[in-house]
Design a protein around this ligand. Sequence first.
Ligand code: BEZ
Length: 180
Amino acid sequence: MIVGRKVPSVTFRTRIRDEAVGGPNPYRWQDMTSADYFAGKRVILFSLPGAFTPTCSTYQLPDFEKLAGEFKAQGIDAIYCISVNDAFVMNAWGKSQNLENVKLIPDGSGEFTRKMGMLVAKDNLGFGMRSWRYAAIINDGAVEQWFEEEGYSDNCDSDPYGVSSPQNILEALKSEKLAA
Ligand code: BEZ
C-alpha cells in the first residue's frame, strides 16, 4: 500500500448487542463503512491471519490493548484490528480477550483486505484466503505510515511478526515526535 493512498470504501457486516432484540442471543446486524471507522480520525489499523491464532492472541492483540494509553498520548484516536473472519468469530475472540480499547473489524469476505492488496492464500494451513500481517497509521482515511511484515507470499511457511508489533509502531510514533 502506498503512503498517502486512501483505504478502500467497503461495508463491513458487524454484529452488535441490542437488548431490544430480546431472547437469549440479543444481537443484530450493523453495517459499518470504511468512512464510519476512518473519517476524521487518526487511527492504527493492524491486520493479521486469523482470530484465535497463537501469535495474534498471545502477543499482537493483547499488547495493542495494553499499550492503548500510550498510543492515545501519541495522538492516536482509535486502534482497529481487522481479520478475514466473520462477525461471529471476531466477537467471540474479542470477548475471550476482554477487550476495552481495541475494536475488532470483521472482513469476512476479504473485500477490504483484497482491495488493500494484502490478501494471501493460506491453503497450506487449511485457512483459505487471509490477510498478510501488516499495520498502518491511517489519518482521515489516508495511509500515513505503513508497517508490513517481510515476505508477502501465498502459503508462506512462516508467519513473520515484528514490524507490525505495537512496540515497533509506538517507537516510530515517538521518534517522529522527537524529530518534529
Ligand atoms: C499465529 O498467529 O501464531 C498464526 C497465524 C497464522 C497461522 C498460524 C499461526
